[in-house]
Design a protein around this ligand. Structure first.
Ligand SMILES: NC(=O)c1ccc[n+]([C@@H]2O[C@H](COP(=O)([O-])OP(=O)(O)OC[C@H]3O[C@@H](n4cnc5c(N)ncnc54)[C@H](O)[C@@H]3O)[C@@H](O)[C@H]2O)c1
Length: 416
C-alpha cells in the first residue's frame, strides 16, 4: 500500500497547468493530492477548480493551511522568486517550474531560504527523468561510446511575437520574450539539466551573444497591440563553450533569433552518441560505433538491416562494404526506462517520494542553481570577454531503475 499521499497547492493556472500538470497530478501520480489552486486571474483558478474538483484558494490561504506540504509554482518566470520565497518562508516544500529565478543572486537566495526553513526546493525541467534521457545515461555510464570527449548541444527556434501563444487578457504575450524567461532560460534549461544528468558539474564557461534583436513588433493581427513595437529585455542568442569537471568539452548554442534546429550529441573514444530532444520525454537515441557494423555474411546475402540502421558511409561504395569493415553504422538503441509519454510533474512526484521516504529529491535545487549559473556565467563572459569560473557544483542525480511497466505502474520506480 502507498505509505501516504502528499498534499499540494498549485499557484499559477495558465497554459502548462491546464495543458499538462493538472492531468498528471490528478490522474497519473498517485502520491500527489491536489488540494487547491490560485491565480492572479480569478477566472483561471475558477476554471481549474471546477474542472478538477479542487478548491479555489488565495495564496495566503494555501500558506496557512497546515495540510498543504508542497507549493507547486507554475507561474511565469518573473513571479517565480516572489512565490517560491514566500512559500519557503512559510515552511512549505516548493517545486518550481523552470527556471527558478531570473538571476543567479535570487536563485542563491532561494536555496538559502530552503536551508533555513529545512524544506526541499526543487525545480523543473524534470524531462531528464524521462525515458530516453535515463536510458542514455545508463548506456553512457556503461561505456557505449567509451570515454566521452565532447558534447554538442544546439537548439534554435523562431520564438517571435507572431506565435499564437500570446495571451490576450493580461499584460503578457509570451514569457520567453520577457525578463527571466528568455530562450537560454526556457529551452536552455532542458539541455543543461540533461547535460548535468549525463556528465555532471561544469567547471568553466565562455561565450558570445546576447540580445540580437531587442526591438520587435507585435506581428499577429489578432493581438490588441498589433503593429506596435516592444523591447525584449532578455538574451535571445548565446553561443558558449563549456568545460566539465570530468574533462569533457562542450558547445552550447541556443537561439530564438533563427529558425528551428535541434542537435544533441556526445562523441567518445569508441563512438558517437546521437541523443534526443531534452524537451521531450520520448525520443530516439542512436549510437555509431565500429563494432556495430553488420557481418560480412549479412551484407553478401543482402540481409543488411536497413530499416533500423542508417549507413553513414556511401552504401554504393563496394570497397567500403566489402573491405575492412571499418565503416561505422548508426544504430537505434532500445529505450529501457519508463516515462516515455508526456510526464511533466514526474520531478514533483519524485520529490513527494523523497519527502515520504526521507531521501534526496532528483530535481534537487543544486542542479537548477548550477544550470542558472551556467547561463549567468555565459552572459558574464559575453560582457567581459573572459572565461567564467563556476562557483557552484552539483552531484549527478540518482538514476531511475529500468522499467517495462505500464504508465501508472511506472511510479513504482520513484518509490526508492
Ligand atoms: N507553456 C509551456 O509549454 C510550458 C512548458 C513547460 C514549462 N513551462 C513553464 O511553466 C511556467 C508557466 O508557464 P505557462 O505557459 O503556464 O505560463 P502562463 O503565462 O500561461 O501562466 C502563468 C500563470 O501564472 C499566473 N501568475 C503569475 N504570477 C502569479 C502570482 N504571483 N500568483 C498567482 N498566480 C500568478 C498568471 O496569471 C498566469 O495565469 C513557466 O515557468 C514555464 O517556463 C511552460
Amino acid at each position: 500500500m502507498l505509505k501516504r499521499k502528499v498534499k499540494v497547492g498549485v499557484v499559477g493556472c495558465g497554459g502548462i497547468c491546464r495543458g499538462t500538470y493538472m492531468e498528471n497530478m490528478m490522474y497519473r501520480f498517485n502520491i500527489i493530492e491536489v488540494v487547491g489552486c490560485c491565480d492572479l486571474i480569478d477566472s483561471r483558478a475558477q476554471y481549474i477548480a471546477d474542472k478538477y474538483g479542487v478548491k479555489k484558494m488565495t495564496f495566503d490561504e494555501m500558506l496557512s493551511d497546515p495540510e498543504i506540504e508542497v507549493i507547486v509554482n507554475l507561474t511565469y518566470p518573473e513571479s517565480h522568486f516572489e512565490v517560491s520565497s514566500k512559500a519557503l518562508k512559510a515552511g512549505k516544500h516548493v517545486y518550481c517550474e523552470k527556471m527558478m529565478a531570473p538571476t543567479f543572486e535570487e536563485a542563491k537566495e532561494l536555496g538559502r531560504l530552503a536551508e533555513e526553513n529545512h524544506v526541499f526546493f526543487t525545480t523543473a525541467p524534470d524531462t531528464f527523468l524521462g525515458a530516453w534521457e535515463q536510458s542514455a545515461r545508463k548506456y553512457l555510464d556503461e561505456g557505449i561510446v567509451g570515454k566521452p570527449i565532447t558534447i554538442h548541444a544546439q537548439c534554435t527556434s523562431h520564438y517571435n511575437p507572431e506565435t499564437p501563444f500570446f495571451d490576450l487578457a493580461p499584460k503578457y504575450f509570451f514569457f520567453p520574450l520577457h525578463y527571466g524567461g528568455g530562450f537560454p532560460f526556457d529551452l536552455g534549461g532542458y539541455y543543461l539539466h540533461e547535460m548535468i544528468n549525463l556528465l555532471g558539474s561544469i567547471k568553466k564557461v565562455t561565450g558570445f551573444g546576447g540580445n540580437m534583436q531587442p526591438v520587435r513588433t507585435y506581428m499577429n493581427p489578432h493581438h490588441p497591440k498589433y503593429g506596435e513595437e516592444f523591447i525584449v529585455n532578455t538574451p535571445t542568442t548565446l553561443l558558449a563553450a563549456l568545460e566539465f569537471e570530468n574533462g569533457v568539452l562542450g558547445t552550447f548554442h541556443i537561439s530564438s533569433d533563427s529558425s528551428d534546429t535541434m542537435k544533441f550529441q556526445i562523441t567518445g573514444t569508441d563512438g558517437v552518441f546521437d541523443l534526443g530532444d531534452p524537451n521531450s520525454f520520448s525520443d530516439d537515441i542512436f549510437v555509431t560505433r565500429k563494432g556495430a557494423a553488420p557481418s560480412r555474411e549479412e551484407i553478401v546475402a543482402g540481409q543488411m538491416p536497413t530499416s533500423k540502421i542508417e549507413n553513414t558511409s556511401d552504401p554504393e561504395d563496394d570497397d567500403q562494404q566489402l573491405g575492412e569493415w571499418t565503416f561505422a553504422q548508426k544504430v537505434k538503441l532500445p529505450i529501457l526506462h519508463g516515462y516515455y509519454a508526456s510526464s511533466r510533474g514526474v520531478g514533483l512526484a519524485d520529490m513527494c517520494y523523497a519527502i515520504v521516504n526521507g531521501r534526496r529529491p532528483r530535481c534537487h535545487y543544486d542542479i537548477g542553481l548550477h544550470a542558472i549559473e551556467v547561463i549567468h556565467g555565459i552572459q558574464e563572459s559575453c560582457k567581459t570577454g573572459k572565461i567564467y569560473e563556476m562557483t557552484t557544483r552539483c552531484e549527478r542525480p540518482a538514476p531511475i531503475k529500468t522499467s517495462a511497466l505500464s504508465q501508472t505502474c511506472q511510479e513504482y520506480t520513484l518509490d526508492d
